[in-house]
Design a protein around this ligand. Structure first.
Ligand code: UDP
Length: 238
């Protein structure tokens, strides 16, 4: 059998990825399917770090639009990511793969604090490491946390999971003629204001030449195909 193209990856999962058609919260069925894909990678010997979002539960921007102090609302958003991380941990461990959750805000009864060298050690031992609470700072997003953690753990790529097949020139949900790009540069994403990851995250990846692959998580087997180097989704590079 051919070898995976990537030895260590950082998967960015948004909170919405955990929902089903109903909207709010976490769907056990969806969670189970995502866990199966993650376990498949781990069993291939790929070292997997995951940054999980919290948008299915709370987003700081929504809180601040409703009149809350932005920093307080962002801390709520970060706590939401911890809830998702615990749910994902449970689902992956049910399938027999050991995991660790590391949080950027200390909640030490629940999860380890983020310690880079410790995270690397877990990865080397084949544990899936789930990074929660984003960067630990308000005014950031979990996309930026994904870029940061990917660099810190020396992942070779960020796998950005979405609901559509890749990056399009228009929203493919509203526009059936939208064209998908196979490949883009970081500057294309920034200058055309393409909604892939926020500009802080893209800039960080650009400054450090960290490739991003945007792919559809809802198609079974896609994650594995990406790992074996198949042309799936949109590749973002220099
Ligand atoms: N957040 C934050 N700092 C971070 C990461 C996240 O303040 O470093 C907060 C922010 O309020 C954000 C929320 O956590 O809206 C949930 O994260 P995000 O919106 O990135 O989740 P996703 O869209 O991926 O589900």
């Amino acid at each position: 059998m051919s070898k995976p193209k990537f030895q260590r990856v950082l998967i960015k999962l948004s909170g919405e990825a955990l929902q089903d058609g109903q909207g709010y919260g976490i769907s056990p069925d969806t969670l189970g399917l995502i866990a199966e894909e993650i376990v498949e990678l781990s069993q291939l010997g790929v070292e997997v770090g995951i940054v999980i979002g919290g948008g299915n539960i709370f987003r700081g921007v929504a809180g601040s639009t409703a009149g809350m102090d932005r920093a307080s609302a962002d801390y709520m958003g970060m706590l939401a990511t911890v809830i998702n991380a615990l749910a994902l941990q449970d689902a992956v461990e049910k399938l027999g793969v050991p995991t660790r959750v590391q949080t950027a805000l200390e909640i030490k009864e629940v999860a380890e604090p983020y310690i880079r060298r410790r995270a690397m050690r877990h990865l080397e031992k084949g544990r899936v490491v789930i990074f929660a609470a984003g960067t630990g700072n308000p005014y950031f997003t979990t996309d930026t946390a994904a870029a940061l953690r990917a660099m810190e753990i020396r992942a070779s790529v960020i796998l950005k999971a979405t609901k559509v097949d890749g990056v399009y020139d228009a929203d493919p949900v509203d526009n059936p003629d939208a064209k998908m790009y196979d490949r883009l540069t970081y500057l294309d994403v920034l200058s055309r204001n393409l909604r892939v990851m926020d500009s802080t995250a893209i800039s960080l990846c650009m400054d450090n030449s960290l490739p991003i692959i945007v792919f559809n998580l809802r198609k079974r087997g896609n994650m594995k195909a990406v790992i074996f180097g198949e042309q799936i989704g949109t590749l973002i590079v220099d």
